[in-house]
Design a protein around this ligand. Structure first.
Ligand SMILES: *Cc1c(COP(=O)(O)O)cnc(C)c1O
Length: 356
């Protein structure tokens, strides 16, 4: 038998979460965000499950071409656009749309000839100060793009920095609306948090990511409350049991010391599988379907769980690291990160298994 860890990808959960997007934003088209290998869920598999989306958005040109070659006819948007004019012929052949966020990209488009026109999304910096044009540059950029013979349809977009936080989106939205109102172009603004919280941001195209994968974008609201279903369940088995006396220690650095007789399960999952090494003792974990906590440091290939109160836990018993029955958001909270990072960090040695 092989090492028991696996990531189970629930295709129906992906489909159901897309329906949640549709319910919240019934008037908008949907770009399903499948960057970073669909947040670690497998790009082609996720795209198949999300085939009802009106478009897909991601970063790498190779992946976008693979998506086209796999037969997807929807719009495909490259979220950082292109990096070198040598990419443009491939982009044109595959019929991909480009985010344009820097004046250098406009200059490269102006200096290139292609037999077709490329659709572009002009990214505007409304306060996140990451990618995008300063508001005062937008009119000039649009004028130049409209005059560019290889540019086709133009859309406007921006990205919110605090759609999931108390600050909300009001300032960025006001900024965006002020500069876009006379341009009369289609608009895409909303990530998952804005889709769920700010209907006024939905506009022509929404851009859900994390909610498709079944996690909550909000610290204080669970995925279940948002009727989202976990798309990834990371599971494994117990491969050893230890009996500790009071005062015995566990793992590297002897970071955990038992204060009483304790039964410890050694679990086949470590940071080389993508489990966060900085998850502290006390991080929730399911053993035989029962909630308990990790103890000691996470090592490369193993971690430990307290199974003192779970006598049925034996070598071979099932363990869930996150997913069904244990939201990834809870592990993320314990490890002071976000579920996005947990999903993306799952490594290639973890076999992915589909379920539909
Ligand atoms: C990643 C990304 C999204 C999706 O964000 P979520 O918080 O996962 O919904 C939307 N828009 C852009 C530009 C992104 O890069």
């Amino acid at each position: 038998m092989s090492r028991p860890i696996q990531a189970l990808i629930d295709l129906n959960a992906l489909k159901s979460n897309l329906q949640v997007v549709r319910r919240h934003a019934p008037g908008s088209s949907v770009y399903a965000i499948i960057k970073a290998n669909a947040y670690g869920h497998g790009m082609l598999r996720a795209a198949q499950a999300l085939n009802d989306a009106d478009g897909f958005a991601l970063l790498e040109l190779d992946d976008a071409v693979r998506l086209r070659e796999a037969g997807f006819r929807q719009r495909i948007l490259l979220l950082e656009g292109f990096f070198d004019p040598l990419e443009l012929p491939t982009i044109a052949e595959s019929g991909l749309a480009l985010v344009i966020h820097a004046i250098e990209q406009v200059e490269m488009l102006e200096a290139t000839w292609l037999p077709v026109r490329l659709d572009v999304s002009v990214k505007i910096n409304t306060g996140m100060n990451r990618l995008g044009f300063a508001p005062e540059m937008v009119a000039q950029v649009i004028t130049r793009l409209k005059a560019c013979p290889i540019v086709g349809n133009i859309m406007l977009m921006t990205h919110f920095a605090t759609a999931d936080e108390s600050a909300g989106i009001a300032r960025q939205l006001a900024q965006f609306d002020a500069l876009s109102k006379d341009l009369n172009l289609p608009v895409s603004l909303a990530n998952s948090a804005a889709i769920l919280r700010f209907p006024e941001s939905h506009r022509d195209w929404v851009r859900p990511g994390i909610m498709l994968y079944g996690s909550s974008p909000f610290p204080g609201i669970s995925a279940e409350e948002l009727t989202l279903q976990p798309a990834m369940t990371l599971s494994t088995e117990i491969i050893g049991i230890q009996h500790l006396k009071a005062g015995d220690e566990v793992g590297y650095g002897a970071a955990y010391r038992a204060d009483r007789e304790t039964r410890i399960a050694v679990v086949a999952c470590g940071y080389a599988d993508g489990y966060p090494r900085h998850a502290p003792s006390g991080t929730p974990i399911l053993v035989c379907g029962k909630l308990t906590k990790t103890v000691g440091r996470v090592s490369m290939d193993m971690l430990c769980a307290d199974v003192t109160t779970i006598p049925e836990a034996l070598v071979g018993s099932p363990v869930t690291l996150w997913g069904r029955g244990l939201p990834a958001d809870e592990i993320a909270k314990a490890a002071e990160t976000v579920s996005y990072e947990l999903f993306c960090a799952v490594t290639s040695r973890v076999p992915m298994v589909e379920e539909s």
